[in-house]
Ligand binder design. Structure first.
Ligand SMILES: NC(=O)c1ccc[n+]([C@@H]2O[C@H](COP(=O)([O-])OP(=O)(O)OC[C@H]3O[C@@H](n4cnc5c(N)ncnc54)[C@H](O)[C@@H]3O)[C@@H](O)[C@H]2O)c1
Ligand SMILES: O=C(O)C[C@H](O)C(=O)O
Ligand SMILES: [Mg+2]
Length: 595
């Protein structure tokens, strides 16, 4: 429990002394409690560390300085990523503090795009497991595996992936554990979710990736993916087991394949607080970036024409958010609003005659065939000529498909084209922002799925390229859901989160600034997003937490107080029996003590 809080009992432990039942080398090997060379003299004596550490006692700032030198000695992004993973296994507080002090530089190393390389390399560079591995060949193993992560109040957020559509790099099987871990690191960094209260899971159901099927070092279930009833039953058993073991935990689904992502989300949304990041996170962050751009172009969302290239999980998630926003602003029905959105996939514009081959999420966007008669709807250039979109979004995983011709065609019809190449990792982006800028004489308003450096304008000014990645919004939404203990995550909560993000766009004040806040500021942004979500949860009567302050200032303070910071906290020696009440169990990978 947080100490000295004017709010009394708070669910997250973020400050004050913490109980520790470990001593000696087991303490040094417990990443959540280890302070390494920063253990003060008294704790070295009390916890049996004498002789196990060099004599000099460092501050965390000194440790960060040393770790940063070591980090910089690694030459490649993947080498740096591997270094960071090993730092996390040794000293979690230092790991988070190091990133926090170099956030902008390290974000692309621990997250998109470098995490993609690490995932592809998972079985080959594997050294130490982290996370929870559940396998379809052993469904009875689900409950005992979850039991290892502590008592029912211990877990706030579960991120799970079945590894089928990791970023844009496709099926990575059991390596998908690393995307669950990376998303949870972002929750901690960007929204202060307590790192010991999170659970990363991979649901190993096999793989259809031939490279992995033929690799004798592959660590997952080496057989084709199991689909259909057996898959559904496995997912259901997992979700039910999570609900039973951690009834208040929020479930975040990540990088499931197209046939499953939306289906699973729709199944569980009416029953529990759950979230699909690729569908909802991407939809919300993209809509927020559109809102910010509209402020510059002075257009209203109700008038927009939008082309979405790549109508998969993310593409249809974005389409739905934009459609709903158009409907609300214009008073039109959803069906009417849908007409302003044109979804293009491999076979071209989605048409009614293709209905048998479309997913349920794509169905509403299928256009009457006669509207496209005589037009080459498979050519993006022809689609752009026909639709004259204000907004072009790429979620296709097909690099360089927003060609000079396509972009210049778009720029003929609208004064400020909004073009968002969102396919990750960077090498899959549909266009490079510098090209978009050059091809449109700087008129483009852009945001990208992975980070890019600013562009220099002819006048020597810098134009920031916002990162339109769901990482800007999912941490705040999760924080809001966790602190309010929301029973459900509703569309209204997502709308209010999107508006809270859009209201903080730097471009509202300076048109050369980014369309979305910089990662550097995301912690503060998360507070505002969480506040919006919590207020909406209360409004809808879905908050299981009853002690939520109603006044805005107090609410913000209440949120901030529950956000975890990477600082060393004094340790209080307790017996194993005392600690076990709150412990995660020494067998758990995160160490045993929490207070
Ligand atoms: N920036 C973000 O926050 C964010 C969030 C989620 C996904 N993404 C990225 O979006 C991409 C798609 O992810 P997803 O989860 O939606 O995958 P998905 O497989 O569900 O969707 C991809 C879609 O693109 C279509 N496609 C493939 N080739 C095409 C082509 N030549 N022309 C038109 N369409 C084509 C596929 O048929 C599919 O429907 C990935 O690269 C992912 O990293 C980015
Ligand atoms: O993980 C990311 O970088 C964003 C997104 O969830 C994706 O799948 O690309
Ligand atoms: Mg994703």
């Amino acid at each position: 429990m947080a100490k000295n809080s004017k709010f009394g009992h708070l669910p997250l432990s973020t400050s004050g002394p913490q109980d520790c039942a470990l001593t000696g080398s087991s303490l040094l090997q417990t990443p959540y409690l280890n302070k390494g060379s920063a253990f003060p003299q008294e704790e070295r004596e009390e916890f049996g560390l004498t002789g196990l550490l060099p004599s000099r006692v460092n501050t965390i700032e000194e440790q960060v300085k040393r770790a940063y030198v070591q980090y910089n000695a690694r030459r490649t992004p993947l080498g740096k990523n591997i270094f960071m993973t090993s730092m996390k296994e040794q000293n979690e507080t230092l790991y988070y503090r190091l990133i926090q002090d170099h956030l902008k530089e390290m974000f692309p190393i621990i997250y998109t795009p470098t995490e993609g390389e690490a995932i592809q390399d998972y079985s080959r560079s594997f050294r130490k497991p982290e996370g929870c591995f559940l396998t379809i060949s052993d469904p009875d193993g689900i409950e005992p595996a979850l039991d290892k992560w502590g008592p029912s109040d211990d877990i706030d957020i579960i991120v799970c992936s079945d590894g089928e559509q990791i970023l844009g790099i496709g099926d990575q099987g059991v390596g998908g554990i690393l995307i669950s871990i990376a998303k949870l690191v972002i929750y901690t960094l960007c929204a202060g979710i307590h790192p010991s209260r999170t659970l990363p899971v991979v649901l190993d159901v096999g793989t259809d990736n031939p490279d992995l099927l033929n690799d004798d070092l592959y660590l997952g279930l080496q057989r084709p993916r199991i689909r259909g009833e057996e898959y559904d039953a496995f997912i259901d058993r997992f979700v039910r087991a999570c609900r039973k073991r951690y009834p208040k935990a929020y479930i975040h689904f990540e990088d499931f394949g197209l046939p499953n992502a939306r289906r699973i989300l729709d199944k569980y949304t009416p029953e529990m607080a759950c979230f699909n990041d690729d569908v909802q996170g991407t939809g919300c962050v993209t809509l927020a970036a559109i809102y910010a751009a509209l402020n510059i172009t002075k257009l209203n969302i109700k008038d927009l024409r939008v082309v979405i290239f790549g109508a998969g999980t993310a593409g249809t998630g974005i389409a739905d958010q934009v459609r709903d926003a158009i409907a609300v602003e214009s008073g039109k029905s959803k069906e009417e609003a849908t007409k302003q959105i044109c979804c293009v996939d491999k076979p071209g514009v989605l048409l009614e005659s293709m209905k048998d081959d479309l997913t349920p999420a794509q169905h509403p966007y299928a256009k009457p065939d006669k509207e496209w008669e005589g037009i080459n709807h498979k050519s993006l250039l022809d689609v752009v000529k026909q639709v004259k979109p204000h907004v072009l979004i790429g979620t296709s995983t097909k690099p360089k498909t927003f060609t000079k011709e396509v972009v210049q065609e778009m720029a003929k019809h609208v004064p400020r084209p909004l073009i968002f190449p969102l396919s990750n990792p960077t090498k899959l982006h549909e266009a490079d922002p510098k090209d978009l800028f050059d091809w449109t004489d700087g008129k483009v308003l852009t945001a990208t799925g992975s980070p890019f450096p600013p562009i220099e304008t002819k006048e020597g000014k810098k134009r920031e390229i916002a990162e339109c990645n769901n990482s800007t919004i999912f941490p705040g939404i999760g924080l809001g859901a966790v602190l309010s203990k929301a029973k459900l995550l509703t569309p209204e909560m997502l709308v209010t989160a999107t508006k809270a993000l859009a209201a903080q766009a730097p471009a509202l004040k300076d048109p050369d600034a980014g369309l979305l806040p910089d990662v550097q500021d995301v912690r503060e942004i998360s507070v505002n997003i969480a506040k919006a979500v919590i207020k909406q949860a209360v409004k809808e009567g879905l908050n299981q937490e009853k002690e939520i302050p109603s006044e805005d200032g107090e609410l913000e303070e209440w949120i901030r107080e529950q956000m975890w910071d990477p600082v060393y906290r004094p340790l209080t020696k307790v017996s194993r029996e005392e600690a076990s009440r709150v412990a995660k169990g020494e067998a758990g990978s995160k160490g045993s003590a929490k207070s």
